[in-house]
Design a protein around this ligand. Sequence first.
Ligand SMILES: *Cc1c(COP(=O)(O)O)cnc(C)c1O
Length: 380
Amino acid sequence: MFRAMTDQTADIRIPLDHLPADGRFGSGPSKVRVEALRALAETGSAYMGTSHRQKTVKDMVGRARSGLSQLLGLPDGYEVLLGNGGATAFWDVAGFRLVREHSHHAVFGEFSSKFAQAMAEAPHVAMATTVEADPGSHPHVVAVDGADAYALTQNETSTGVCMPVARPAGADPNALVLVDATSAAGGMAVDPVEFDVYYLSPQKALASDGGLWLAACSPRALQRIDDLAGRWAPASLDLLIARDNSVKDQTYNTPALATIFLLVQQVEWILDQGGLAWAESRCREASGVLYDWAEAHELATPFVADPAMRSPVVVTIDLDDRVDATQVCSVLRANGVVDTDSYRKLGRNQIRVATFPAISPDDTRQLASCLDYVVGLLAG
Ligand SMILES: *Cc1c(COP(=O)(O)O)cnc(C)c1O
């Protein structure tokens, strides 16, 4: 059983030589590189507080769109669209102009289940079906009769499970594959041939801030938007309107300018370092440090049993009953190492750590050494 948190626990000081240079390990909002924040501050009076209808901001939106397109290696004919409201709003956006009447969802955690629920409740979508797996694994998606949109989640941020992005074998060739890439985009490889829409919020793997959605759309997806043009949609959730604005490097209503700037900083930084392959190998290095630590420690186990399903960008580690994960996280926090808490609704004795591209593998090695120290002390 857990021991009560004593004053002594609250006072634990992790020796300085164990601490990471940057203590931000949250899965979202996630670490924004200090260099990117400085670059934003250095724009002074030239960017923040200027009109989003003028060239300065439109150029920044253009860099976000072309940078993402380059990072993902999008073929000709694909478009990066964007709008306000984050991935959560995008689920509703998709319901109006991407799902014709039947969506089929891989459900294996909080985020994937929310999209399925949104479609089940949408009056304009006749049917939403699911294939489910318990948290800690992912289901295998096969073609379903009548499904015109398949919903995959490349990385389930709530559990640290990743799944392959692939068109389900035997699926209707006109069916769309919609991929929630919120915590994967920029940190995991993907083949654009396998998706029609790859959408994200930029405050996770792309180290920016919240409030926006971005969606890389295939020609087939762009066609579907036109096909469903006759359906009523609220203007703020209308992909037709979003598309018309996006191709002019604008959004329908005012976006967060800092979010766009920080996104461009991160995308261009990853491109300069070597692109998606570089980013994925960096994430695999950092996550590997933590999985190895958990495998080796008698009081820790990787939550995701199958190594192939273990996320390179969000690591979940179960702790033995002798150590209270909540205490571990509060000791870490008191020492400046923050947001290692497990997803609140999962309800496990667990820590969850992001290993996004912005987070250096050296800092992750330091975190492993902090964990060693704190878990050792708390277990007594
Ligand atoms: C965080 C997250 C979302 C929700 O993003 P918001 O920006 O909060 O709307 C959706 N899907 C996944 C996989 C996420 O990690």
